[in-house]
Design a protein around this ligand. Sequence first.
Ligand code: OGA
Ligand code: NI
Length: 484
Amino acid sequence: MQEWPEPIVRVQSLSESGTGNIPERFIKPPSEREAAQLVPEMTKSIPVIDVGGLANEKYTYSEETMRAISNACEEWGFFQLVNHGVSKDVMEKAREVWREFFHLPMEEKEVYSNSPTNYEGYGSRVGVEKDATLDWSDYFFLHLLPENQRNYNEWPNLPTSLRKMTEKYGNEVVKLCMFLMEMLSMSLGLDKGYIREAFGGDDNGACLRVCFYPKCPQPDLTLGLSAHSDPGGFTVLLADENVPGLEVRKGDSWVTVQPLPGAFIVNIADQIQVLSNGTFKSVEHRVQVNSRKERLSMALFFNPKGDVPIGPAEQLLSPEKPALYPHNITFNQYRQFIRQKGLHGKYQVESLKAIVTDMEDDDAVMGGGSGKKRMRWTPELRECFERAVDQLGGPDRATPKGILKTMSVPGLTIAHVKSYLQKYRMSKFIPESSDGGKLEGRKFSEILPNFSSTSRVQITEALQSHMEGQLGLEDQLEASFLDI
Ligand code: OGA
Ligand code: NI
């Protein structure tokens, strides 16, 4: 898949056209736009953590700081970081060059227009689903790490200081990320170097996404960024100090983040939720836009190396706390979902729970072999499956291959889909047969002729596999096959 499904329209151009009505494509269903609700005073804002970072990089590793971090990551999945050691001057200048970039004439920016293959460049959507609802923002996405993916030619050459400033900013924030990895590891009760090692040692990834939210004439109808959790390890966000917009989910409500001057907003993303076996939460967040002021923010995503499998840390597992997530999904595999489907709340990381690796096969799985995997068909996964089947024309016409592609859930295999489809067809075509005992030759032969010959073969196969081992009924089954 190389191109976007529809011509790209820059949100900034729409905004500058002076239209009073936003195009239909940007209008969100009411359920997605509910305003931030009033929340009790106590839970009004995300925690603030001071790590005492000085210019000489002496960070505080005190018990107290670690407790504060683990509380924040368990309760909110978000915190503000102050005294983080990144130079204020570099932060301000980086923000300034990117603001200048977004205010260049459109032709200058279009040179860097991105595609869904790796998203690098100037973009206006996430996901390649045709007719998807769009978000009110443009962005620039680039790779900082691993070093061999850093391609300066893909970064804007205007304003002239942008590349240098972005490099400087990236290096400083990455240094902070090294410290954060240690803090997060220790806060989980793991060795200081655990996350770094699990994320691929020196080869971990980092990307920068500069988000630009133009003024919007009808801000109540849309969102700057739909609700999502970040797919990677964790995120260090330099939010717009003057224009609020970021909202974090707290239970059933959304809490607006009020960035402190000079602070970073740090949030746990899906891979750390998986690594911590759900202790640290990758929390949903979204962005509101407004009609008076544009907003610019810079999100640095710190990620595992693309091809190392990420799973729950062994030290955090026990008979009482079994692994909630599989061990064999790499970040490259995981990221495919968001890149194809766009932002969908916490759907993706929750669906991972459906994939259970048999413990005795862990070594094989972790070694990249093909260990046996079972699927647990959670309600979310079933819903996704059913949607895919509908999209493909119903159980009669959908093929396992088509379903697998449409679902695009990491770790899901053709074998998983095949066996579930068989059961699904049975339940759809012959509801009475869910209890094998009720299957009678008469009923079977009554129903079957209503289907095409391909379906008949598939149903028959499904029935055979369902009936396997159920002695006594086999004879009945055989008798009914003769009836067809
Ligand atoms: C993101 C994000 C928040 C913001 O890019 O993933 O959540 O304030 N950005 O722009
Ligand atoms: Ni995000």
